[in-house]
Design a binder for this molecule. Sequence first.
Ligand code: ZN
Length: 150
Amino acid sequence: MAILNIIKEGDPLLRKHSRAVEEITPRITTLLDDMVETMRKANGCGLAAVQVGVLRRVVVIEVEEGTVYEMINPEIVFRAGVQEEQEGCLSVPEKWGITRRPARVTVRFTNREGTLCELRGEGLLARAICHEVDHLDGKLFTDVVIRYED
Ligand code: ZN
């Protein structure tokens, strides 16, 4: 496994759309391994492949220590309610802001074994899912922030 370099706000790659994964190759599973290691090393609770310079629809999330979700081609299929909570991003260091996100979401994705999965999340997990899926479409939390905090 390897620690990858996380690109930062201002890098044009962060504004690009990521491409769907069509086949789960060893390159993709290695990417997942490296992304989990990189996220943990950086003390983050989520990471999208574009943040390590790979324009593929792959994200990893760990909002509860020890429970890692690895999502290939994630798609949010249900949103309900509203939450306004603090958010940050490993690509936007030292900046935190309040965003408005759905309180609950359901995300559909493929796991590394190729199985189609569905996950329901609320609170922090729902925020993390929205945040990471936004990355795949070239969006940052700074685009949806309603106010910044010190
Ligand atoms: Zn982020």
